[in-house]
Design a protein around this ligand. Structure first.
Ligand SMILES: Cc1cc2nc3c(=O)[nH]c(=O)nc-3n(C[C@H](O)[C@H](O)[C@H](O)COP(=O)(O)OP(=O)(O)OC[C@H]3O[C@@H](n4cnc5c(N)ncnc54)[C@H](O)[C@@H]3O)c2cc1C
Length: 470
């Protein structure tokens, strides 16, 4: 198991102090004109709260913008990073992140980390090109944070011994004759930034020795990748801290971030303290009193099994440059002797735990192994080494696909005074792909206090009448 990110003790004595005594009003930022270049990261201690950077331009000191981000998964950390990135250049910004578990405690930390912008039929997903681009940017930011020169962290606090991103590509063998035709046709309209190659059986075997390609056709995505989600989130958290250190900000900026390891059950607990609260609670949105039963989301638990090749079986090692494999079950290779096999789909589960009982694991293993061995029979030689699980928040299917839910939820909060409430939810089974763009869009909406900057496809859920969601 990866050790959890060790943070300073929670800075929060209960009850929650008021970080916004001045009741600051919203600012309308020129975020679109902000220079995009950021100086190279430099040393950063993890003690963010006390390491607040003092502004050098004291005449520009005004009440800071105070934001609360609920949830430190893909959505929450992307929102936090983009709030820092896109707030007006000379403004003061404080972001408090609340997570009952810590960084990556929900579905994000448990996910398979597979990343590409295509549907199972190789169609580009909704705004796939943009999502892909924004996600790659965040991956680069996270990698940069880890590689920062002169890292002053106690190395044992973080486990960055292995890469965050495995750029090995992904391959999907066709599952039927018809499927082979569809994949081939859709591949013609692939993105330039993430190309699709149609391979016959021989070419697929060159990529993955021992692959079974039942219909002599496969789609190969050379730029697709799998990431280590927990390490990535830890690194993105560090990248946010870099803002508070002034290492990615200009001289006149002041940024502050705190992580509170706390469960929030009602907006009232935060009343009067923030200019905006952004809910990024994934499948646990229902634990928030004001949202309970009000969002068109279903839950779906997924279990992932971790397998290892027995030490003596060197001939069975998976090549380092071979792609991960998608099929009815997927195989995300972590190294020559380590692979994640996923994932199950247990609809309407209310089991939020990342722990997997032996019974649940045994059931998942029996379900996944036959599916995976259809395309990669050698997986039968690998042994079970662990498991993890998470709960997806699944949005309704629309003509554009299963799209996340964004929006302002002020109407759900009684007695609201001066604070805006926002939602980033329903990232479904593609949170990694979506989180970069969603975080950016949401940050723009929050900073400008303007919901109209959000795409209508993602806010139209507010017009739908809810039936039987709870
Ligand atoms: C098994 C599995 C495999 C997956 N594989 C992939 C994949 O390969 N690629 C991909 O793109 N997507 C994948 N997904 C989907 C992806 O994980 C989700 O879309 C994504 O994690 C959702 O992110 P989030 O930030 O919205 O929610 P979460 O990651 O669930 O974050 C919510 C956070 O809020 C915290 N929290 C919850 N309630 C409270 C509260 N009341 N107070 C304070 N904090 C609270 C939690 O601790 C958690 O850290 C997978 C999902 C599962 C379950």
């Amino acid at each position: 198991m990866t050790p959890a990110l060790r943070l300073p003790p929670p800075p929060l004595p209960l009850p929650i102090p008021n970080p916004n005594p001045n009741g600051r009003k919203h600012i309308t930022p020129p975020f679109l004109s902000r220079p995009s270049s950021t100086p190279a990261p430099s040393p950063f201690p993890i003690s963010s709260p006390s390491a607040k950077r003092r502004i050098s331009c004291s005449q520009k000191r005004t009440a800071p913008a105070r934001y609360a981000v609920l949830g430190a998964g893909f959505a929450g950390l992307s929102v936090a990073w983009h709030l820092f990135k896109h707030s007006p250049r000379e403004s003061r910004v404080c972001v408090d992140i609340y997570d009952e578990v810590g960084v990556g405690g929900g579905a994000s930390g448990a996910s398979g980390g597979l990343l590409h912008p295509y549907s199972p039929k190789a169609k580009v997903l909704w705004r796939g090109g943009e999502c892909w681009k924004e996600c790659l940017k965040l991956l680069t930011v996270a990698e940069g944070a880890v590689q920062a020169k002169g890292l002053t962290l106690d190395a044992s606090s973080f486990n960055f011994d292995k890469p965050i991103v495995l750029r090995r590509g992904i391959l999907r063998p066709a599952t039927t004759e018809k499927n082979a035709e569809i994949l081939k046709e859709n591949a013609q309209n692939c993105l330039q930034s993430c190309t699709l190659e149609v391979l016959d059986g021989d070419a697929a075997h060159c990529r993955v020795p021992n692959l079974h390609v039942p219909f002599n056709s496969a789609i190969y995505m050379p730029q697709a990748m799998n990431i280590h989600p927990k390490k990535y989130l830890q690194a993105l958290f560090l990248a946010c801290l870099n803002f508070t250190e002034g290492t990615t900000a200009s001289d006149c900026e002041e940024r502050e971030m705190k992580l509170y390891r706390l469960s929030v059950s009602s907006f009232h607990e935060l009343a009067g303290k923030y200019d905006a609260v952004i809910v990024c609670l994934g499948a646990k949105y229902n634990t928030l009193l004001e949202l309970k039963g009000k969002l068109p989301l279903r839950t779906c638990r997924g279990v992932i099994a971790q397998l290892q090749l027995p030490n003596l079986d060197i001939s069975g090692e998976y090549p380092n440059d071979s792609p991960s494999i998608l099929s009815d079950a997927w195989l995300a290779f972590q190294g020559p002797q380590s692979v994640l096999m996923g994932s199950t789909w247990d609809w309407n589960s209310r089991n939020y735990s990342s722990e997997v009982t032996p019974e649940e694991l045994s059931k998942a293993f029996e379900e996944l192994l036959p599916k995976a061995s259809t395309v990669y029979p050698a997986i039968n030689r690998w042994e079970l080494a662990g498991a993890r699980a998470g709960l997806r928040a699944m949005p309704p299917l629309t003509p554009l696909g299963s799209l996340p839910l964004l929006g302002c939820v002020n109407d759900l909060v009684e007695g609201r005074s001066g604070c805006d409430y926002w939602l980033v939810g329903g990232l479904g089974a593609r949170g990694l792909l979506y989180h970069g763009l969603l975080g950016k869009l949401m940050a723009h909406a929050v900073i400008s206090s303007d919901a109209t900057v959000l795409p209508s496809e993602l806010t139209s859920w507010k017009q739908t009448k809810l039936v039987g969601t709870s």
